[in-house]
Design a protein around this ligand. Structure first.
Ligand SMILES: [Zn+2]
Length: 476
């Protein structure tokens, strides 16, 4: 093993590779399929030495993974301009403009990127700066960036050729597409693909030493994430963006190691492609994957009756445990954020836009592991909302209901049994209509005078069952 520092260096080099598929989940819609991005012939032919090295590494990876080479591969060395052209084309192909816009707005409203953050240009810049190699499953071509020194090429090849071999056997593009449109499930599959490629790359670097990645002590993903403090765009990225880009490599690698250990090695690991993790929670907690613990299905109602035009739903999707963790980490200490995020059992969010004013509304329905966990979440999430909106008026606080008005409209949080529901940017009437539509009891009435308080209510595990709590709140 070359140690965590070495790993971090390679992770940083490889990190950008997943950008296109992970933070920008592909959404090839029915309306306008874009022409596939493909590279023109390289500006110069690869050297005989490069081709020989690629053939040797391919043969070694084939043996290591137990996956036969089924077809020849195109191999090339690409310049920065060629990488940039490919990146731009692939970004356009992978996400329709409407999905790109919706993602930008959802990330802004969740507070995960600053308002007006130039997401597309930032990602293009980052990719072009960081990418070491790429495997293009459409063209069955892998290439190495021409700024990677010759001594580092073989290890980049080991990573990319793992993608190539797994693609020949498990058809990575349609396999990724099968998780859509669930962004959380797409991220989970990306973690399988990148985690396996990092793990296989580590095994490649350990060849001949008598050691294997499977037999090494368990990796600490936080240690890996801590190693990106340099001057790159990746280091300067908003924390959630940086974590999202690294997640498939860090959490995916730890996940891969756990799966390799649960079986006999790479031969057993290949079964993950038949039974992929369904959520980032299963990646973050491989034991839940091994036990088959699935997210609870969570729905939002039809918006027509609740929010008539001019409100338009830009997107509905799943944030997942990883997304929730990013959200909680913005305002809460890391350990508490991790503990709370692990209470995740399923979610659905919607990002809506007022077509005239361009105002945004965010609705987030979260399933927690149980009732006590929902109460705990309520206490913490209401504090988080207060931190997120420093200017607050008309606070109303009850045991399981919290609301105030902000400069961006009304903010509401309600928990009921094992679920919590928030709305940011709406009105009380809209929130009442939403809770009624999902069949929850009435929200507490707004009373003038002392019932409206700026005092912080201590939220603890309340005695009694949920219906007691609900009737207490509803009967105000
Ligand atoms: Zn990769």
């Amino acid at each position: 093993m070359r140690g965590p520092k070495m790993l971090v260096r390679w992770l940083a080099l490889l990190a950008a590779v997943s950008l296109l598929a992970v933070s920008l989940p592909a959404r090839r819609g029915a309306q306008q399929p874009a022409p596939p991005a493909s590279l023109p012939p390289p500006h110069k032919a690869p050297s005989a030495e490069f081709l020989r090295a690629a053939d040797e590494v391919l043969e070694e990876m084939s043996k290591l993974l137990g996956l036969a080479v089924k077809a020849p591969l195109k191999k090339s060395v690409r310049s920065r301009e060629e990488v940039r052209a490919y990146v731009v084309a692939r970004m356009k192909e992978d996400r329709e403009p409407a999905k790109r816009y919706a993602d930008q707005k959802a990330l802004e409203k969740f507070g995960l990127i600053p308002k007006g953050f130039p997401l597309d240009s930032f990602l293009t810049e980052l990719l072009t700066e960081q990418v070491a190699g790429l495997y293009d499953p459409k063209a069955h071509e892998f290439f190495i960036a021409d700024w990677i020194p010759a001594g580092g090429q073989r290890i980049v090849m080991a990573h990319e050729l793992t993608h190539a071999l797994q693609d020949q056997h498990f058809h990575l593009d349609p396999w990724m597409d099968a998780a859509k449109p669930n962004d959380d499930a797409v991220t989970a599959r990306q973690a399988v693909v990148e985690g396996a490629a990092v793990a296989a790359m580590l095994d490649y670097s350990l060849r001949g030493s008598g050691m294997s990645f499977r037999g090494m002590r368990e990796l600490d993903p936080d240690l890996l994430l801590g190693g990106t403090s340099d001057d790159s765009s990746l280091a300067k990225a908003p924390p959630f963006l940086r974590d999202s880009l690294l997640f498939p490599y860090t959490a995916g690698t730890v996940f891969t190691q756990r799966i390799l250990r649960a079986g006999t090695g790479w031969g057993d690991f290949n079964r993950v492609f038949e039974n992929p993790p369904s959520s980032t929670q299963q990646v973050l907690h491989p034991e839940l994957y091994l036990q088959g613990v699935q997210p609870k299905a969570t729905q939002l109602p039809k918006w027509k009756g609740i929010l008539p035009l001019p409100w338009k739903s830009l997107d509905e999707n799943t944030l997942g445990e990883f997304g929730l963790l990013g959200l909680l980490k913005l305002h809460l200490p890391h350990e508490r954020a991790q503990e709370l995020a692990a209470l995740w059992a399923g979610d659905r969010y919607a990002i809506l836009e007022h077509e005239k004013t361009r105002a945004l509304m965010l609705v987030y329905r979260l399933q927690l592991a149980g009732e006590a966990q929902a109460l705990r979440f309520f206490g913490n999430y209401s504090s988080l909302l207060e931190m997120k909106y420093p200017s607050r008026n008309e606070l109303l606080r009850r045991a399981n209901f919290f609301s105030f008005t902000s400069e961006e409209g009304g903010v509401f949080l309600r928990c009921h049994i094992d679920q919590c529901l928030s709305m940011e940017g709406g009105t009380r009437a809209q929130f009442d209509a939403l809770t009624a539509a999902i069949g929850w009891p009435r929200n507490p009435r707004v009373l003038p005078g002392p019932a409206r308080s700026r005092q912080k209510t201590t939220i603890a595990v309340l005695p009694g069952n949920a219906s007691t709590v609900t009737s207490f709140a509803a009967g105000q």
